[in-house]
Design a protein around this ligand. Sequence first.
Ligand SMILES: Cc1cc2nc3c(=O)[nH]c(=O)nc-3n(C[C@H](O)[C@H](O)[C@H](O)COP(=O)(O)OP(=O)(O)OC[C@H]3O[C@@H](n4cnc5c(N)ncnc54)[C@H](O)[C@@H]3O)c2cc1C
Length: 377
Amino acid sequence: MNVATDNPPAAQRRRSREFIDRVIGAHAEAFDLEQEVPRGVFDALAREGVLGALVPAEYGGTGLDPLAVGLLCEDMGRASASLLSLITVHTMVSLAIARWGSAAQRTRWLPPLARGETLAAFALTEPDVGSDVKSVATRVERKDGGFVITGTKKWISFGQVAGLFFVVGNCEGKLAAFLVERDTPGLVVEPIANMLGFRAAMLAEVRMNECVVAGDSMVGSLDFGFSQIVGSVLDHGRYCIAWGSVGLAQACLDASLDYSEQRTQFGRALKDHQLVQRMIADMIVNTRAARLLCQDAARARAEGGPDMIIGAAVAKYFSGTIVEKLASDAVQIHGANGCSSSYPVQRYLRDAKIMNIIEGSAQMQQMMIAQHAYQRW
Ligand SMILES: Cc1cc2nc3c(=O)[nH]c(=O)nc-3n(C[C@H](O)[C@H](O)[C@H](O)COP(=O)(O)OP(=O)(O)OC[C@H]3O[C@@H](n4cnc5c(N)ncnc54)[C@H](O)[C@@H]3O)c2cc1C
């Protein structure tokens, strides 16, 4: 994990996976139940270099390449969708600062983000603004060389513990991104509990009432704001969730293989019933296909070609869609046990539903993919 390579050696991947299974996977059910992740987990992820995955080495990060980031997200998704979302939003903000931030912003924020001293949250969605991101209503006004921000952000992953918010607001009729510290006067964090899935993602509503931030809090400039910066950040988010969905699909498959070998009905193991085999076969094919699309997206990113953005959208749409079916079939194979808290597949099903809503819903991906095709041909 600590070395960026095009293709992490098997031993390195194994070590990374063992770490994630031990620190996260083994406790994922408890995190989900308690709707909380202990601080020690964030520290362990930072020590392992996970929180610095998108921070360049010169700022103390691990600067992983696209495939290594994808494999990390797959392993996180397999262990806990909630923690996958931490990596997603934290690296989205790291990426924005590393790629588009000023020298002062990079020096100020990247080292503490890599060390996990500061957790970052991505604050775009509002109570009345979801998919239609261009309608963001959070108001940003210039005043005395700084900015005054007023608005409400909702469903902000790890907003309960984040020290830094990447806030998208409307300034002089244009969308732009601002770095807002948690202790800014006027900023209030209200925890959101009892979600269907991602229950340990420590969601929050973030209310900003005339929050005054410094003039150098804007990431990029007004003329070079929304489309490039937020576009590339959202693209990274889609990429993470695509790979994370593959990990969750793999977890559904692994649980179903184990259970169908152990459980006997009609005098035979479930695995020997052909209708169960059919579900297993579909799970295997869909997981492999999703992983191949993610690998294709990784290749496009590494090459930096024109297919980069659409590759992630295609991978996210397919992975998010198949994982819902996989998780549903995993519960089906487990029968009543699958509906109980004694088995993880109930969590997988609740988390799988969310994959098709966050980082651009399935419908947004469908429209993006089709519109892209019409542009080319
Ligand atoms: C667990 C979780 C974590 C989240 N974390 C974050 C976070 O960290 N930061 C953040 O900013 N946001 C976050 N979100 C919010 C998330 O990004 C939004 O939920 C998402 O963008 C969809 O917006 P919405 O929920 O308002 O749905 P809406 O936009 O209201 O859409 C509702 C439904 O209508 C469909 N729809 C909308 N418009 C169209 C259209 N033109 N054509 C066809 N169908 C359409 C959508 O696909 C969807 O199915 C999180 C959400 C969840 C559930």
